[in-house]
Design a binder for this molecule. Structure first.
Ligand code: GAF
Length: 425
């Protein structure tokens, strides 16, 4: 609950439940609710699957469930957004996963994926009926799918017996939930995503960003709350489908570059014992990259160069945050966008136009494309008094330059997931 109140989509999900499901079966428990937020990533893009650093925060937009436990193993879902039902069984998971996946619409596959992964870690689940709502823009770059997965995990645990807790001393830690939701995304969508989005949702804390080491999964919170600085997310309206893009290809290129750089370093520095420990681009220092990049093809040099530099950018942003210097943070964000556009090559013309527009507006401290790329949104750090000027600039220039309409969202660092027995407000 936020300040003793549920996020609005939770209220909506609970309101819709009796209409969506006639009580034709004897339910085995009270109406329960669960929710989880979407995210903004300040910096650290495509570093997660390279065992590197990310710096996300959860936003005040959530995916929400309201539902009741059933006496059998059936899961029935009503999606308010898609105005559609979906149904699957928990019988025989994980073996029955693939056959069932193929019969389900995309959104329900994430729910099935999470149920499958919870089963795999030994949690006995009950069937349930549930309504799903949310205000994370779907496919808009704020990780609607991760918020759905994390909300599903919380909902399943709540429906299981209402006793499972998550976090300190609970059945699962927050990062265990994040990791199983990451695996759920991979099996549901075929995208070999990293842990950024699911971790960001699980770790949400009001007014804070979390520096996450994607190798050790250790995290540390930093305040991200300056009354003078606003987080503005601008949606290109270009919808990406990571599975159809080069996401998995980027990941493979990073692995290939790691192997080649490790081999070169081992050959050149046989006495360097840490070289044999190189497992991911995270382990290559900027100096080593400079020295050994000649072994890489042009494409691999660009990909690996971007990742090595991006990891360093995350740590520089953290240093700037410690000084509360949003000017430096912003400048690093512009650099990050240039790297994503020119070296990692995951931007698109519409994202570049939004960043270009933002760069012309005095008081916009920095901005960049956010998430996997090829569409979705940009994240911008904007002085409070410049938000209107940025909004006007986007309204005036984006459509003439792209033929599309952008939507603008003001976000703030918000809390993480929750689950509860529903109590009408
Ligand atoms: C997508 C993925 F799901 C994340 O794991 C991450 O790699 C991101 O793209 C890029 O930073 O959101």
């Amino acid at each position: 609950m936020i300040n003793g109140r549920y996020p609005q989509p939770v209220v909506e999900a609970a309101r819709q439940f009796p209409e969506a499901f006639q009580e034709e079966i004897a339910y085995a428990g009270p109406l329960a609710v669960a929710w989880a937020p979407g995210r903004v990533n300040i910096i650290g893009e495509h570093t997660d699957y390279n065992d590197g650093y990310v710096l996300p925060l959860a936003v005040d937009r959530v995916s929400a469930f309201a539902g009741r436990k059933r006496q059998d193993k059936t899961v029935r879902l009503w999606s308010a957004h898609f105005q559609a039902y979906a149904q699957f069984t928990l019988e025989d998971l994980p073996a029955s996963f693939e056959a069932q996946r193929q019969t389900l619409p995309g959104w329900a596959r994430y729910v099935l994926g999470v149920a499958t992964e919870l089963t795999r870690v030994g949690i006995a689940l009950s069937g349930f009926d549930a309504t799903l709502t949310g205000d994370v823009p779907l496919g808009g770059g704020m990780s609607s799918s991760a918020s759905l997965e994390v909300a599903t995990a919380y909902a399943c645990l709540q429906f299981a017996d209402g006793q499972h807790s998550i976090g300190d001393g609970g059945r699962l830690t927050k990062m265990e939930v994040a990791a199983l939701c990451q695996r759920a995304e991979q099996i549901a969508s075929g995208v070999m995503c990293g842990i950024l989005d699911q971790a960001a949702s699980c770790l949400g804390e009001p007014g804070k960003t979390a520096l996450l080491d994607c190798r050790s999964l250790a995290y540390h919170y930093y305040p991200f709350e300056d009354p003078e600085v606003t987080i503005v997310v601008i949606d290109t309206s270009v919808r990406h489908d990571l599975a159809e893009t080069a996401y998995n290809e980027r990941r493979e290129q990073c692995e290939e570059a790691t192997c080649l750089l490790r081999e070169a370093i081992l050959n050149a520095e046989p006495e360097n014992s840490s070289a044999s420990e190189i497992k991911a681009l995270r382990d290559i220092t900027p100096e080593q990259f400079e020295r050994y990049q000649y072994v890489l093809s042009e494409v691999l040099r660009k990909r690996a160069g971007y990742v090595v530099a991006e990891d360093a950018r995350v740590l520089r942003v953290v240093e700037a945050l410690k000084q509360n210097d949003f000017g430096i943070v912003g400048a690093i964000l512009w650099d990050g966008h240039a790297g994503l556009r020119d070296e990692y090559e995951v931007s698109c013309p519409e994202l570049d136009v939004l960043v270009d527009i933002a760069q012309q507006v005095p008081g916009v401290l920095g901005g960049r494309m956010m998430g996997g790329g090829f569409g979705g949104c940009t994240v911008n750090l904007v002085r409070r008094e410049a938000v209107d000027a940025l909004t006007q600039a986007v309204e005036q220039q984006y459509f003439p330059r792209t033929g599309r309409h952008a939507s603008i969202d003001i976000c703030r660092a918000a809390g993480g997931p929750g689950m509860a027995v529903w109590e009408a407000e």
